[in-house]
Design a protein around this ligand. Structure first.
Ligand SMILES: Nc1ncnc2c1ncn2[C@@H]1O[C@H](COP(=O)(O)OP(=O)(O)O)[C@@H](O)[C@H]1O
Ligand SMILES: [Mg+2]
Length: 250
């Protein structure tokens, strides 16, 4: 086995009732690789990410992390999820806790790490995302972009091996989008492995090592960004990009 492969999704199939929302989807993610998943609304992007960290069960295929199959009946998800950080479109910070308390909660309760150690880590991470001065603020006192950066810190403090981002800027006002994308670019530079669902095409083009294009529950194309945006390999990806006016040749 290629031991650079961190995540291997092998022909997974997912049904919601009778509705097949993932159809034999396969994808590998190498250590340090940045994978951006694109596709029309409803094509199964969120479901794919949710299957990776066990929020949804699958009906066929398998998912492996570090060479171990994690989609088994006896998978200990509490352990696995510490290796898989996830940030969603809507930040679910606890409103009655400060930024720092929100960040410390999981490492204290789940990882049983020493408070002093993780507090140091938390402050370093807050500084890294430009929010050290907000450590004692409550979520209601923050902007959407600041809350989303806290949500990213809350995932990072667990020292995940991979980060999953599901449209983390989709609910933000335009002027706050870049401050969150900048944090993700910084993580990419630092070598974090990431799977990113986004509709920010310029960002996707800039950050991705490879683009995964999904349509109707299927992975239709996996290409380098240069190929995908300039010379999409399938008719379906071409049609999708035309909606964004993104194919540069004409
Ligand atoms: N909990 C659910 N129950 C039933 N159907 C769902 C559920 N979640 C998503 N779906 C359906 O699965 C398909 C894929 O959804 P989703 O993964 O959210 O797509 P995307 O993130 O690409 O917009 C859609 O048809 C959606 O309606
Ligand atoms: Mg979605």
């Amino acid at each position: 086995m290629d031991n650079n492969i961190l995540l291997k999704i092998d022909e997974i199939t997912k049904f919601f009732g009778e509705h097949k929302v993932l159809n034999k989807a396969s994808l590998t993610v190498e250590k340090g690789e940045i994978v951006v998943v694109l596709g029309p609304s409803g094509c199964g992007k969120s479901t794919l990410l949710r299957c990776i960290n066990g929020l949804e069960d699958i009906q066929g295929g398998s998912i492996s992390l570090d060479g171990n199959v994690i989609t088994q009946k006896d998978t200990r998800w509490t352990e696995i999820r510490q290796k898989i950080g996830m940030v969603f479109q809507s930040y679910d910070l606890f409103p009655h806790m400060t930024v720092l308390q929100n960040i410390l909660l999981a490492p204290l309760r789940v990882q049983h790490r020493k408070k002093q150690d993780i507090k140091e880590d938390a402050l370093k991470l807050l500084e890294r995302v430009g929010l050290l001065d907000k450590k004692a603020s409550y979520p209601s006192e923050l902007s959407g972009g600041q809350r989303q950066r806290v949500a990213i810190v809350r995932a990072l403090i667990m020292n995940p091996e991979i980060m999953l981002f599901d449209e983390v800027t989709a609910a933000l006002d335009p002027e706050m989008v870049h401050e969150v994308l900048d944090v993700m670019l910084d993580l990419a530079k630092a070598g974090m492995t990431m799977v990113i669902v986004t509709h920010e095409m310029q960002f996707a083009k800039a950050i991705a090592d490879k683009i995964v294009f999904m349509d109707n529950g299927e992975i239709v194309e996996i290409s380098k960004p240069d190929i995908f945006f300039n010379n999409p390999q399938t008719e379906r990806s071409q049609r999708f990009l035309n909606k964004f006016n993104y194919t540069e040749k004409r």
